[in-house]
Design a protein around this ligand. Structure first.
Ligand code: ADP
Ligand code: MG
Length: 689
C-alpha cells in the first residue's frame, strides 16, 4: 500500500516541472514545502469565466472570448517596434489580438487554431485586445485550462516565476498532494460553523469554480488561522492556570482603602477593583490587562492590588516606563501607604549606589513591602523574598519579553496586572493580549470640566501666546511641547531649546519659564518637574517626555507645536496631561497639516476626547501593525485574516479555542489530533502540550 506523503513533509522540488533550480525561486517567495504552496494565497482573482460572442465585446472592459485564428501578421513599425497581430473571429464578428515586441508569438499562434482570449478591449478603428491572456483550445478541454474560461488566481511573483508557471505548479501540487493534507479543524467544529474541509478550501482558494466557493474557502481559512492563533493563546493562558498565590481578604479592607482618599471611587474603579480582587483571591495567578484612558484613575486601582498583596505578607512591585513617572508613583504610594505602616521604596538608575544596594538588600530580607521602579526592576538581579504582585504601568512602552521577565522574578508565579492608557480596540486586544483577561475603565472621575481642543495655524500664534498668558494670570500653568530638543540645519522645525530662549528673552520674559527634555540627567529632570509641580514656574517647555503619566492638575493649557507630526495615540496621550484638575482646560494644536491623514487626525482630536473612539479611528487610519508600533508589538503575522474586517470570525474562533483547551488542555482527544499536530508543527517548543 502506498502511503500518502503529507504536503508539509514534501519539498516543492518534487512537484512535476519544478526541480532544484526552480525550487530556489520558490524559496524566495517563502515557499519550501508543498503545504507552503497550498497556503500561498493569490493576491487577487480575475473572472475569466464568462465567455461572450465577439459581437458582444464592448470597448473599455476586460472580457473573455473564444474564436478561430483567421489570419496572423508580423511586421516592424516605423518606430522599430515589432508588432504581431492575429485576427480572431467567430460566427458573429472579429477582433484583433496584438502583441508588441514578442516576435515568438508568430510561432505560437497560427490560422485555424481555436483560442480563448482574455483582456481589455479597446476600440482603435477596430476592436483590439493588447497582450491578452490566452489559451489554445485545440486538443484541450476548456474546462482544463488554468488560464481562461474560469476564475483565475493572480499571485505575487518573483523574477523568473511567471503567473502561468505558478498556476500550473500549484495545480499540479493540488492534484497530487491535497488528499494527503490533514484537516486541523475537528469535524464537529466545522459542522457547527458551516466551514468547508481543508481539501475543498485549498482547491477553491486557488482555482475556485465560483465566487461562492471562493468565499467559503476563504472563510474557512480565515477561521483556521484565527483558531490556531487563539488555541495558542489559550494554551499560554493555561500555563498561568497553574499554581499561584491565593490571597486572602481581610475584614473591611475595601472600606479602609476608600478612607485613604478624599474622593469617591468611580464606577469603573469599583468594577475593576472587584475583578482584580476576585483574580487575586483565586489560586491561579492573575494575568489581567487594565485599560483606562489617561486620567481615568488607574493608579488608585493599582494601589488596591498592592495593598491587598502587602496585607497578605507579600511584596508588590510597580514598574513604570520613565523615571519621572516612577518617582511620581513613589510619591503617591508612600504618601498613602506610609501611615498604614507599609514600607515603600524607589529603585531607579538615578539613585546612589549605596542607596541602591541597601534597597536591594531590604527587598531580599523582606523589609520592603512595595517597590516602585523603572526597567532597573528587571535589568538587575533582584531577589525578592516573596513577590506576590507585579504591576506594569503604561504597558505599551514595554515589550512582551520584558513583561515575562518581571513575572519570572517570583518563586511562585505572582499575580500580574498590566495597565495601559492606550486604549486598544477589542479586536486588537484579543489578538495581541489574547492570553490576558481584560478590564476596562471608560469614565473619568467626575467634576472635571474636560479639555477643549483647537487646531490653529501660524497666523494665530500671537493670540495663543496671549491666551496662555491669560491662564497664567489666573494662577494656572502651561505646557508647550516640541518635537525636537535642538534645531537642526536640515529642518525648519521649531525646537525646545531655541524656543525656550526666545520665550525667556522676549515673549514671556516677565514669566517663569523652564525647560525639560530627555537628554537631561534624571536628578535634574526630577528637580525641574518637582519645582514645576510646586508652582515655582509658570510655563514648562518640553519634548514629548511629558507624554507619559505626568499628573499636574494646575496645568490648564497645553500648546503642541508641529501637531501634524504626531500620531493620534501620541496626541491623545499628550492631551491627557491636562484637564486633570477642577479647571476648564485647553489644548492648542498648532500645526500645518499637509496630508489628508494629518488633517483627519487633527480634526478627530477636536471632535472627541474619548480614548476608545480615538483608538478605533487610529486603527482605521494606520492599520494594526502601525497602530501597535511594529517593534515588539506581538502582532502575529496573518496571511488570510484581517483583524478588523474579520473580527466576527475571530471572536467565534476564540470562543471555540478557549472552550476546547478548557475541556482538553493537552489536546489528547483523538478528535483533536489534527489540531494538535498542526500546533506542534507551527509552534513547536513555544507552546506546552
Ligand atoms: P491614569 O489612569 O492616567 O494613570 P491617574 O491614576 O494618574 O490616572 O489619576 C489621575 C488623577 O485623578 C489623579 O490626580 C488622581 O488622584 C485622581 N483620581 C483618581 N481617582 C479619582 C476619583 N475617583 N475621583 C477623583 N479623582 C480621582
Ligand atoms: Mg497612570
Amino acid at each position: 500500500m502506498q502511503v500518502k506523503k503529507r504536503p508539509q513533509d514534501v519539498s516543492v522540488r518534487y512537484i512535476k516541472g519544478v526541480g532544484p533550480k526552480k525550487a530556489d525561486l520558490f524559496e524566495k517567495i517563502g515557499v519550501h514545502s508543498i503545504a507552503d504552496l497550498f497556503y500561498y494565497l493569490p493576491r487577487r482573482y480575475e473572472d475569466r469565466s464568462r465567455i461572450v460572442k465577439v459581437r458582444e465585446l464592448r470597448p473599455g472592459g476586460v472580457q473573455t472570448v473564444v474564436g478561430e485564428v483567421l489570419k496572423t501578421n508580423i511586421f516592424t513599425a516605423k518606430t522599430g517596434t515589432c508588432i504581431f497581430e492575429a485576427a480572431i473571429g467567430d460566427e458573429t464578428s472579429r477582433v484583433f489580438a496584438v502583441w508588441y515586441n514578442q516576435p515568438y508569438m508568430n510561432k505560437v499562434l497560427s490560422p485555424g487554431q481555436t483560442v480563448m482570449l482574455y483582456g481589455d478591449v479597446e476600440l482603435q478603428k477596430r476592436l483590439v485586445i493588447t497582450h491578452p491572456a490566452f489559451a489554445i483550445l485545440d486538443n484541450v478541454d476548456i474546462a482544463e485550462s488554468l488560464e481562461v474560461g474560469r476564475i483565475v488566481p493572480i499571485y505575487s511573483l518573483t523574477e523568473k516565476l511567471t503567473q502561468r508557471y505558478l498556476r500550473k505548479t500549484v495545480h499540479q501540487a493540488i492534484q497530487s498532494y491535497v488528499s494527503g493534507a490533514e484537516d486541523c479543524l475537528p469535524t464537529a467544529l466545522r459542522a457547527r460553523h458551516k466551514l468547508v474541509d481543508s481539501e475543498f478550501a485549498i482547491q477553491n482558494i486557488h482555482f475556485p469554480r465560483s465566487f461562492e466557493n471562493l468565499e467559503r474557502a476563504y472563510n474557512r481559512l480565515v477561521f483556521e488561522e484565527f483558531f490556531i492563533l487563539q488555541v495558542v493563546m489559550a494554551l499560554r493562558r493555561k500555563k498561568f492556570a497553574e499554581d499561584g498565590i491565593g490571597h486572602e481578604l481581610g475584614d473591611g479592607l475595601l472600606d479602609d482603602f476608600r478612607d485613604l482618599f478624599p474622593f469617591e471611587l468611580t464606577e469603573g474603579q469599583k468594577k475593576c477593583i472587584h475583578q482584580i480582587e476576585r483574580d487575586m483571591l483565586a489560586d491561579r495567578p492573575m494575568y489581567r490587562l487594565l485599560q483606562g484612558d489617561v486620567g481615568s484613575g488607574k493608579t488608585v486601582v493599582a494601589m488596591y492590588a498592592l495593598l491587598l498583596t502587602a496585607k497578605n505578607g507579600y511584596q508588590g512591585t510597580m514598574m513604570a516606563p520613565t523615571e519621572i513617572l516612577a518617582r511620581q508613583h513613589y510619591v503617591t504610594l508612600s504618601k498613602t501607604f506610609m501611615p498604614l505602616g507599609l514600607s515603600v521604596r524607589l529603585l531607579v538608575n538615578g539613585i546612589s549606589r549605596r542607596d541602591h544596594d541597601m534597597i536591594v538588600g531590604e527587598i531580599h530580607k523582606g523589609e520592603v513591602d512595595i517597590v516602585v521602579g523603572t526597567h532597573s526592576l528587571i535589568q538587575e538581579k533582584i531577589d525578592y523574598k516573596n513577590l506576590g504582585l507585579v504591576i506594569i504601568d503604561e504597558q505599551h512602552k514595554f515589550g512582551v519579553a520584558q513583561r515575562k521577565e518581571l513575572r519570572g522574578k517570583g518563586k511562585i508565579i505572582p499575580d500580574t496586572l498590566v495597565m495601559t492608557a492606550t486604549p486598544i480596540p477589542r479586536s486588537l486586544a484579543l489578538t495581541v493580549y489574547g492570553d490576558m483577561d481584560l478590564s476596562l475603565m471608560k469614565e473619568k472621575p467626575g467634576g472635571r470640566l474636560g479639555v477643549t481642543t483647537y487646531c490653529v495655524t501660524e497666523e494665530k500664534r500671537q493670540l495663543v501666546y496671549d491666551f496662555i498668558r491669560g491662564e497664567i494670570e489666573n494662577g494656572r500653568q502651561a505646557f508647550i511641547v516640541y518635537p525636537r530638543i535642538k534645531k537642526t540645519a536640515s529642518s525648519d522645525l521649531l525646537a525646545a531649546e531655541e524656543m525656550y530662549k526666545q520665550f525667556k528673552g522676549e515673549v514671556f520674559k516677565d514669566l517663569r519659564v523652564v525647560l525639560v527634555h530627555g537628554r537631561m540627567k534624571s536628578p535634574e529632570k526630577d528637580k525641574i518637574m518637582t519645582e514645576f509641580r510646586d508652582k515655582k514656574f509658570d510655563i514648562l517647555i518640553a519634548t514629548t517626555i511629558i507624554e507619559v503619566g505626568v499628573d499636574i492638575p494646575n496645568v490648564t493649557v497645553m500648546m503642541v507645536e508641529h501637531a501634524e507630526r504626531y500620531g493620534l495615540a501620541q496626541l491623545h496621550q499628550l492631551r491627557g496631561r491636562i484637564g486633570r484638575g477642577k479647571y476648564a482646560s485647553y489644548c492648542i494644536l498648532m500645526g500645518d497639516p499637509k496630508t489628508d491623514a494629518s488633517r483627519e487626525r487633527l480634526s478627530v482630536m477636536t471632535e472627541t476626547d474619548d480614548g476608545f473612539k480615538i483608538a478605533e479611528k487610529d486603527l482605521d487610519l494606520r492599520g494594526p501593525g502601525e497602530f501597535l508600533g511594529t517593534r515588539q508589538s506581538g502582532l502575529p503575522e496573518l496571511k488570510f485574516g484581517n483583524i478588523i474586517r474579520d473580527f466576527a470570525i475571530m471572536e467565534k474562533a476564540r470562543n471555540e479555542a478557549f472552550e476546547r483547551i478548557h475541556k482538553d488542555p493537552s489536546l489528547k482527544d483523538p478528535r483533536n489530533g489534527g489540531l494538535r499536530r498542526a500546533i506542534m508543527e507551527r509552534f513547536g517548543g513555544k507552546v506546552s502540550l
